[in-house]
Design a binder for this molecule. Sequence first.
Ligand code: SF4
Length: 86
Amino acid sequence: METKVDNVFPPVGKPKWLKVKLPIGEKYTELRGLVDKYKLNTICTSGSCTNMGECWGEGTATFMILGNICTRSCGFCSVKTGRPIS
Ligand code: SF4
């Protein structure tokens, strides 16, 4: 016996926001160079943010002014955990 299922929608694919841009481009390269040259700490790199391609590609980065160590240990973030060096 066959059962009929109502309210079944056809597959529409993954939403656009699920895919992120690759970190490439002139602005990205320029910002990457500055961050590396001056050994700047950013939450973007320390936290392995997936939005780097988009933000850095538009010349935006967020700095960690007190170092790259955090006293918390949030499960979703990859910033190094520990006691900041004073
Ligand atoms: S500025 Fe952009 S790349 Fe940096 S942490 Fe924020 S969302 Fe991520």
